[in-house]
Design a protein around this ligand. Sequence first.
Ligand code: ATP
Ligand code: MG
Length: 273
Amino acid sequence: MSPRKTTQEIIQEKTEQRLRRTFDADLSPEVDGRRVLLETVDVIKQYRQYDQVVTAVNRATFRVFEGEFVAIVGASGSGKSTLLHLCAGLDRPNAGEIYIRGNRLNAMKPDELGRFRGSYIGMVFQTHHLIPHFTALENILVPTMLCHKSEMSYNENLKKLVATLDIGDRLHHLPSELSGGQQQRVAIARALINMPQVMFADEPTGNLDRENAEDVLELLLETKKLLGQALVMVTHDLGIAARADRVYKMDAGRLRPWRRSLDGELPGYHGEE
Ligand SMILES: Nc1ncnc2c1ncn2[C@@H]1O[C@H](COP(=O)(O)OP(=O)(O)OP(=O)(O)O)[C@@H](O)[C@H]1O
Ligand SMILES: [Mg+2]
């Protein structure tokens, strides 16, 4: 006969069940036969600086479908990184709603949100945010630890990422012993290790030379195709934006659809305006 469960164990079990219900329910709505993996509705983020209020994101409303690559362009300070952080659940908006695969981020408690992010969201930061006292390999594996993934489940993906990103001989070094480009490639491996359904990348090729930038872009597009991911990328590179399915422009916190002309040129955008 199995021993009776303690109150602690029962609470633990109930919590696990609740978390599983939150995570496993794929509530992605369908629009025109396509699954919506990311949706924001009237998202507002304001920062207070002394007696001034900065509205970094002003009623951003957009959708990204399964398998879609959406680029976000805009001048420095227009709110691109803030919007990405909100969508990735790294920050909470002052108003509005954010849904990832139909799951409402605002409704999640911090621990739920942390685990949800680890399972379904990948993020490459503008400044890569590697943990300084972890080696490159340990940094890459952080999301697997947060989600209690077994080595068997990620080993093959790890090998592929290390080979594609050419970081095999740097794995046991600390971030301070890597070049800027190598640090960025480690950060990209970390974002992809759990094979997330929704991928955010904030100028992922900003620190890279042309050849490495092309490799990273190919990896992100290939992974998107393989996993049917929604990929949202902030970029100043018009060549990259021209390869997106759709482009949005951020202008003083306002997000607007930005049409591409037929030849792939992006009229009216001059980078750092
Ligand atoms: N933590 C913060 N506290 C106060 N203001 C902030 C904070 N983070 C961002 N801001 C302000 O919000 C606005 C948008 O910043 P954000 O970093 O999102 O811009 P960005 O479009 O990513 O710019 P860049 O292209 O230079 O990376 C800016 O005016 C910035 O100064
Ligand atoms: Mg930014």
